[in-house]
Design a protein around this ligand. Structure first.
Ligand code: HEM
Length: 543
């Protein structure tokens, strides 16, 4: 649709209508080659005699086979397996006080969305019910362009700095020599890495909880994880953390159920999503934000730029923004679920980034990987990735280019072709994107902020917030997973240097299950935080 003018952006059928234009239905049509000639025989290759060798001349065979040979594209380096659905987002009211983002202004307006859920670690053929964090990626097709909220179903992340991501993923993936993890979903490389990287303690404790074995995708929360910014029309900025709360409730499996399902029905969760939508049981989530005034940035006993920390809802409640409904299954898995390209850098006016060093690295990584995965710089033209608003710019050519740009000039400014796309000042109605003018001052330095230094108090808060059976599940999960680790020193280090700092009882019980000497105390001083501050955590955990 690049180059067309569309004025009515008022309903969610917009993206559906756009996708309709790309559908090909060849039912009852003559079988033809890609060059359009009718095929007389699709059953036999061209041969020199009925029992003779096949001929290189057989262009129909070569075209068919070449296309088949090239059907696969690389799977995502993480989140390879996915299930997705279309739907819409509708705000409850006008949120102009918080943000000028157009899709959050008009309560009568629905914005089309496409949402993809995905376990992180396994390949495309992994099972749905493995113990893992799950992606929760939402593409809002707004009238101002695409906004992607690329979140997870766990509110914190493993690591604080993007430079550690390749190490984390190499440690979590099967081992390089034989592609086999030493145990089922747990192996020495993962536990080696996390026991040497204490910042992972909080996320890993969530992963050992029932949160990491959800019943299905409809009962998952979604979190933006990082602190982002909202900016209103007056230029006032605030920090925000995004939350999606499922109106179906939050439900988890038991480990025994998860394991059995993984073997008996690897598609259990994606089938559930598909069948519920086909049956008209549309899953719904409430999108909300925790809002932190700029002057309160440093008032917490953790750093809000540290993605291994959450902000307890007792301290900052979640303000509901609106509702998201998923009401249509994809038409074609490859064209939509596989080719969709989410990126945290896809933002719209009224939303901006923060200096979270994990987020900053993500802003680079997604487009970079998609240049390879989706074959060059024009993947924004793939139907599922196209914005519904008209878009024009001076980019041209490249692999898989679809748009035929009109005019003679593709640069800015120019005096030859008067029809060139021009910038829009930010102050104009529906103005151009303007980066929030945050003051930045510092030495160039490769060092973690000391405010990122406490790795255990929130992991402890999470563990303490759980009910007794939920705590037992965490003990069982640590024991099961570490029980698959072959190197004794990795088991001992995890118990002594990670678990004992989270909770001594947890460490002792896991140690006994593993046959490791139980620790007498932790190895670091863990700051005391208010342990009362946890009802929202435990409510979220298991319904
Ligand atoms: C997918 C990188 C952290 C959520 C991906 C992909 C890459 C990547 C390369 C594959 C994208 C594609 O092929 O289209 C990174 C890096 C991170 C990071 C470098 C840290 C430095 C996170 C965090 C979250 C997250 C913190 C959640 C808040 C997702 C999701 C997907 C994804 C949901 C799947 C998107 C889809 O469904 O297509 N990530 N990631 N990632 N990532 Fe991250």
């Amino acid at each position: 649709l690049a180059g067309t003018d569309t004025t009515d952006r008022q309903n969610t059928s917009e993206k559906n209508e756009q996708l309709e234009q790309y559908k090909a239905d060849a039912t009852n049509e003559a079988l033809r080659s890609n060059q359009g000639i009718k095929v007389a025989d699709d059953q036999n290759t061209l041969k020199a005699g009925t029992r003779g060798p096949s001929l290189l001349e057989d262009f129909l065979f070569r075209e068919k086979m070449t296309h088949f040979d090239h059907e696969r594209i690389p799977e995502r380096v993480v989140h390879a397996r996915g299930a997705a659905a279309h739907g819409y987002f509708q705000p409850y009211k006008n949120h102009a006080e918080l943000t000028k983002a157009a899709f959050l202004q008009d309560p009568s307006k629905q914005t089309p969305v496409f949402v993809r859920f995905s376990p992180v670690q396994g390949p495309r053929g992994t099972s749905d019910t493995v113990r893992d964090t799950r992606g929760f990626a939402v593409k809002f097709y707004t009238e101002e362009g695409n906004y992607d909220l690329v979140g997870n179903d766990i509110p914190v992340f493993f690591i604080q700095d993007a430079i550690k991501f390749p190490d984390l993923v190499h440690a979590v993936k099967p081992e390089p020599h034989n592609e086999i993890p030493t145990g089922q979903s747990a192996h020495d490389t993962f536990w080696d890495f996390v026991s040497l990287t204490p910042e992972t303690a909080h996320h890993v404790t969530w992963q050992m909880s029932d949160r990491a074995i959800p019943v299905n995708y409809r009962t998952r929360q979604g979190f933006g994880v990082h602190s982002f910014r909202f900016i209103n029309a007056e230029g006032k900025a605030r920090f925000v953390k995004f939350h999606f709360k499922p109106l179906q409730g939050v439900l988890s499996l038991l480990w025994d159920e998860a394991q059995k399902l993984a073997g008996k029905d690897p598609d259990y969760q994606r089938r559930d999503l598909w069948e519920c939508i086909e049956a008209g049981l549309y899953p719904e989530w409430e999108l909300g934000v925790q809002v932190i005034e700029e002057e309160d940035e440093h008032k917490f006993d953790f750093d809000i730029l540290d993605a291994t920390k959450l902000i307890p809802e007792e301290l900052v409640p979640v303000i509901p923004l609106g509702k998201m409904v998923l009401n249509r299954n994809p038409e074609n898995f490859f064209a939509e679920t596989e080719q969709v390209a989410f990126c945290p850098a896809h933002i719209v006016p009224g939303i901006d980034f923060t200096n979270d060093p994990l987020l900053q690295g993500r802003l680079f990584s997604y487009t970079d990987t998609q240049l390879l995965r989706l074959g060059g710089p024009n993947f924004h033209e793939i139907p599922i990735n196209r914005p519904v608003c008209p878009f024009h710019n001076h980019q041209r050519d490249g692999f898989h280019r679809q748009t035929i740009n009109k005019g003679r000039a593709s640069y800015n400014p120019n005096s030859i072709d008067n029809n060139w796309p021009r910038e829009t000042p930010p102050a104009a109605a529906q103005g151009g994107f303007e980066t929030y003018q945050e003051r930045v001052d510092g030495h160039k330095i490769r060092q973690r902020s000391p405010s990122f230094g406490d790795h255990f108090s929130q992991a402890r808060m999470f563990f303490k917030s759980l009910s007794a059976p939920e705590q037992q599940h965490v003990i069982d999960a640590y024991s099961f997973e570490l029980g698959k680790v072959e190197r004794q020193w990795i088991r001992e280090r995890t118990v002594n240097e990670i678990l004992a700092n989270i909770d001594l009882e947890l460490a002792k019980k896991v140690a006994m299950n593993l046959g490791v000497e139980p620790p007498a105390k932790g190895t670091v001083e863990v700051p005391q935080i208010n342990m009362q501050a946890s009802p929202a955590l435990s409510q979220m955990s298991f319904l």
